[in-house]
Design a binder for this molecule. Structure first.
Ligand code: TEU
Ligand code: CA
Length: 544
């Protein structure tokens, strides 16, 4: 397989609204991010994925863009953006932009024009349909509750919005629209960015009147056309958000011979704690064997026909220590275990802001504390459907996106050092103990485990290229696998449960410890005791 920088880099995702405020308005911004680049250089990451910073009325916090070539006023100016790219470059950090082209804001000039003059060439940049028997064209639902069709009285037609009403979907069947998108992408490429994270990219081939949203027939034709017209020959990192991807589909996107993307974000692990016949709000306990099975599948089925992305968290997902681990007494141990297991697998690892210090979910007691449109719309929809408010709030506390969006916790000063003003979203009250300053001062903190993993990836090709092999003969709560490369073999062992257990690995002679999450590890692989959430990596003799 051809080697690229984006296979060895570690990516750090920033949610600008919540990272660092620099002017006291309670909202994170670009100068705030620049002021924290030294911290990210200390962590060692080589790439920043920047969630959207473009002009937006913020109906969905920037994922509703009204001008792709302008910076959101709250976040700063284009000069600030260019300074961020330059300052990051000076620290060997590339900036990956968020590309949101499945839809625009309804305040984008294209849509405003499409609404005002139905004969405009911008009308066909969007998806319109006539009423059927005076109603929506079909039953397609929005991810943010309700129908995916909104009636436009002026023209007597419906327009499609798979997300909020203020996020009308673009019509990728229109070649003029596609060219406009490619020109915009080249505008940013010319500014020296490192690539694109592509929002809900599996939707751009949609055929809504055939009730097809994901994996439409022309999806990959469009991506190959996009590749040729923009980043194809520029060695950039491109990662597509594809909730519908399985390993075979992931190969269509990331097989180098197909000239589409570098990799996709797949979410099969993120669907394991929800009722398979329900929505993410319909909770079910995580099965560790099921989680292991998904990892083993992705680690073994892509081969040389694709490349994995590795992540536990992002701006749409709850915090991993609260979700799958223990955000109380064993927060440090479980957070370190998640980091070790993930960064030792094959693929490009992503760290979401705050994950590196073990930030937790922030439960609410009232819908008034909730900012996110997805949670607020679901609350209204389920209340109207007769659900008990307590159950709805329990779902939001478990799965709501605000859990990931509470301000970054820098220190124990007011508002955790995020702002000198009033934060747009409440800071998690545990910031007094969970914050960057405390983590940097404590050599045993979660931060230094991430720093060590990121550093090791730069000097140990086995972490990047090593073959993955699962070890079956272990208790359900234990995940154990090896990575093998150039005569070297590393064994990774992790206990995913809050209970102690024992694992017998007689085939492995004890060897040198690479990393561990308990300070005092007593190695005895033939009959290894594992404390709650215990994890370690050891170098073992290569197979005969
Ligand atoms: O997310 C796609 C998506 O389906 C999630 O929004 C959804 O919340 C899912 O239930 C995750 O739990 C992308 C962006 O990441 C998200 O922030 C945007 O809201 C969405 O697209 C629309 O742009
Ligand atoms: Ca600000």
């Amino acid at each position: 397989m051809e080697k690229h920088w984006w296979q060895t880099t570690t990516v750090y995702q920033i949610y600008p609204r919540s990272f660092q405020d620099s002017n006291g308005d309670g909202i994170g911004d670009l100068p705030g991010i620049i002021s924290r680049l030294d911290y990210l250089q200390e962590l060692g990451i080589g790439t920043i994925w920047l969630s959207p910073v473009y002009q937006s009325p913020n109906d969905d916090n920037g994922y509703d863009i009204s001008d792709y070539e302008n910076i959101m006023a709250e976040f700063g100016t284009m000069a600030d953006m260019e300074r961020l790219i330059a300052e990051a470059k000076a620290r060997d950090i590339r900036i990956v932009m968020d590309l949101v082209v499945n839809h625009t804001s309804d305040e984008h000039a294209w849509f405003m024009d499409a609404l005002a003059n139905p004969n405009s060439d911008k009308r066909d940049y969007y998806v319109w349909a006539d009423p059927v028997d005076g109603h929506e064209p079909n039953e397609l639902k929005s991810s943010f509750s309700g129908s995916a069709w909104q009636f436009d009285a002026a023209s007597g037609q419906y327009y499609l919005h798979l997300f909020s009403k203020k996020q009308p979907d673009l019509n990728w069947e229109n070649p003029q629209l596609r060219q406009a998108v490619y020109e915009m992408m080249n505008f940013w490429i010319d500014k020296g960015i490192g690539g694109f994270r592509m929002d809900v990219i599996d939707l751009i081939g949609k055929q809504p009147l055939e009730n097809t949203t994901v994996n439409g027939p022309k999806l990959h034709d469009y991506l190959q056309e996009m590749n040729q017209a923009t980043f194809g020959d520029k060695d950039l990192l491109t990662v597509g958000e594809a909730w519908s991807a399985n390993p075979e589909i992931a190969k269509l996107y990331s097989n180098p011979t197909r000239h589409e993307l570098s990799m996709v974000f797949q979410f099969e692990t993120m669907l394991l704690d929800q009722d398979p016949n329900g929505e993410k709000w319909d909770l079910r306990p995580l099965s560790i064997p099921a989680l292991k099975a998904v990892f083993v599948k992705w680690q073994t089925q892509l081969g040389d026909e694709g490349w994995n992305s590795l992540f536990w968290e992002n701006h749409d997902l709850p915090r991993v220590v609260s979700r799958f681990g223990d955000d109380g007494a064993l927060r440090v141990e479980s957070a370190k275990m998640f980091a070790i297991v993930l960064h030792m697998m094959k693929g490009t690892p992503y760290i979401y802001e705050g994950e590196e210090i073990g930030m937790t979910n922030r439960p609410v007691t009232s819908i008034d504390e909730v900012e996110d449109i997805e949670s607020r719309n679901m609350y209204q929809e389920r209340l109207a459907a007769g659900y008990k408010e307590a159950d709805i709030l329990a779902s939001i506390n478990a799965k709501g996106r605000d859990n990931a969006r509470t301000p970054m916790q820098w220190d124990d000063t007011p508002h955790a050092g995020f702002t000198t003003g009033t934060p747009w979203l409440g800071v998690n009250p545990n910031y007094k103990t969970i914050n960057v300053a405390a983590a940097l001062a404590d050599k045993q903190s979660i931060f230094w485990t991430y720093q060590q993993l990121v550093a090791m990836r730069k000097t140990n090709p086995i972490m990047v290229w090593g073959t993955f092999e699962n070890i079956d003969q272990v208790p359900d709560q234990v995940f154990a696998y090896t990575r093998t490369y150039a005569g070297k073999r590393w064994l990774v062992v992790a206990n995913f449960a809050e209970t102690a257990t024992t694992v017998k690995l007689p085939d492995f002679a004890d060897s040198s410890v690479i990393i561990q999450n308990y300070p005092d590890l007593a190695l005895n692989l033939s009959d290894q005791a594992l404390r709650p959430y215990e994890a370690f990596v050891v170098e073992v003799a290569p197979t005969e």
